[in-house]
Write a protein that binds this ligand. Structure first.
Ligand SMILES: Cc1cc2nc3c(=O)[nH]c(=O)nc-3n(C[C@H](O)[C@H](O)[C@H](O)COP(=O)(O)O)c2cc1C
Ligand code: SF4
Length: 402
């Protein structure tokens, strides 16, 4: 068998020792100012020590009005946290591993009350899970956000990051600009696909003018929203962004409004919903027990997205066929044999994983030395709900395999 996953590769000038990437994962381990804590730095150093090819950090907020309502998000919207970010890059680089900072603005996908600021979006619109209405951005405010991303990238460069990844997927602000579902603007920031790309083009150009860092994006190539993102649009978008200096793309899918599409699971993890997700977590004890029983009874009837494994590979292949920049694919990738097939068939240049590394932070080493050929993660998604309450953890073992 070929050993494609162990082959080195250079992506946008960043040398990787192998093709296994830790996809961006909110670890819930920033301090109250959004700085990486010692524990987060140790977590990243452990991933690096265990041979992951490249780490993409959890999303880091670039603007005060674009923070997550979840606790302990990384923040790089000012100069306050640079010492801790420098310590993070040094700890990862000590193992010869590159690290890319993911930059994000949450847009509609937050709560104004939670962040203490009026939330904003391309178009005034509610969110299924964060129902307070976002305010539509003015032209001046859009330019402020462009500058926020550029300044955040400049800080990332100062701290020694090897690149930045713009979070343009999963329903966050940049996704909302790209998708006709979130973007109903009739000015030069909306309408045609070129106009919907404009904010990303300005950010990419701005970062290239201010820094030497490569710029990646994470893109939801499909989002299941009415008139939302479809793969044909996604291909056009990546072509336009490549022509404007984009250096690499990681292909994902879905939005938070889309439920479990981004991180698919055979069933909705009802136990975790009632343990960690508001308002269910705060239901009175007896009502909660009753409501959980009802939810568990209907759970098997709820339709979940399919397939559960390798679910963005065909979209990645379509994007790869249309552009020359490197393409990374994430989503339900678990088995060495599948990874080898994805790489050997040229559908992507590298594979990335999130939940498998939460479950087994030393997974890369085990896949590379062949002692394991499949991730142990059950795709139960308990970790995806714990983030509402605190540190991201794997609850493997507390959950039965269905
Ligand atoms: C706990 C948790 C935190 C996540 N945090 C981020 C994040 O900060 N940025 C991001 O782009 N995606 C985030 N994701 C999505 C993953 O990066 C990934 O796209 C998704 O889980 C599918 O990959 P997987 O099947 O390998 O888990 C998160 C997912 C989970 C479960
Ligand atoms: S809780 Fe653990 S086993 Fe379940 S999806 Fe998350 S990482 Fe995988």
């Amino acid at each position: 068998m070929s050993v494609k996953i162990a082959e080195s590769i250079t992506i946008s000038g960043i040398p990787l020792k192998n093709r296994l990437i830790r996809s961006a994962t909110h670890d819930g381990l920033a301090d109250e100012n959004g700085a990486p804590t010692e524990k987060l730095i140790r977590r990243y150093a452990y991933l690096a020590e265990n041979q992951v090819g490249l780490i993409i950090t959890g999303y880091a907020g670039v603007s005060a009005n674009g923070m997550s309502p979840y606790p302990a998000m990384l923040k790089i919207h000012n100069d306050e946290n640079l010492t801790q970010f420098c310590a993070l890059t040094q700890a990862v680089h000590a193992h010869g591993t590159p690290v890319v900072l993911q930059l994000a603005h949450c847009g509609r996908q937050t709560s104004s009350k939670g962040i203490g600021a009026q939330k904003v979006a391309p178009t005034a619109k509610r969110h299924l899970f964060y129902p307070d209405k976002a305010k539509a951005l003015s032209e001046k405010e859009i330019w402020q956000i462009v500058d926020d991303f550029v300044q955040a990238a400049a800080r990332a460069e100062k701290c020694g990051f090897d690149g930045v990844q713009l979070h343009a997927g999963h329903g966050y602000l940049l996704h909302d600009f790209l998708s006709p579902y979130g973007n109903k603007r009739q000015d030069r920031w909306g309408g045609t696909v070129e106009n919907r790309c404009r904010i990303l083009i300005e950010i990419i150009k701005g970062i290239h003018a201010e820094t030497k860092l490569p710029v990646w994006i994470k893109l939801s190539a499909e989002d299941n929203r009415k008139n939302g993102m479809r793969i044909g649009d996604a291909v056009e978008i990546v072509k336009i962004l490549e022509a404007n200096g984009l250096d690499a793309v990681e292909v994902s899918c879905g939005t938070v409004e889309d439920g479990m599409n981004t991180m698919r699971s055979a069933q909705m993890p009802m136990d975790a919903v009632f343990a960690y997700r508001e308002p269910c977590a705060s239901f009175p004890k007896h009502f909660k027990a009753f409501a959980l029983k009802c939810a568990q009874a209907v759970n098997p009837l709820l339709k979940q997205p399919a397939p559960l494994e390798n679910f963005n590979v065909e979209n990645a292949a379509k994007i790869k066929a249309a552009v020359s920049i490197p393409v990374v694919v994430v989503g339900g990738i678990h088995k060495t044999a599948d990874m080898e097939q994805i790489l050997a068939s040229g559908k992507a240049d590298a594979v990335s994983m999130c939940r498998p590394f939460i479950c087994e932070p030393n997974l890369a080493r085990k896949l590379l030395d062949g002692s394991q050929t499949e991730a142990k993660c059950l795709m139960c998604n308990f970790c995806g709900l714990v983030i509402e309450k605190g540190e991201t953890k794997c609850l493997y073992g507390k959950v039965k395999k269905s």
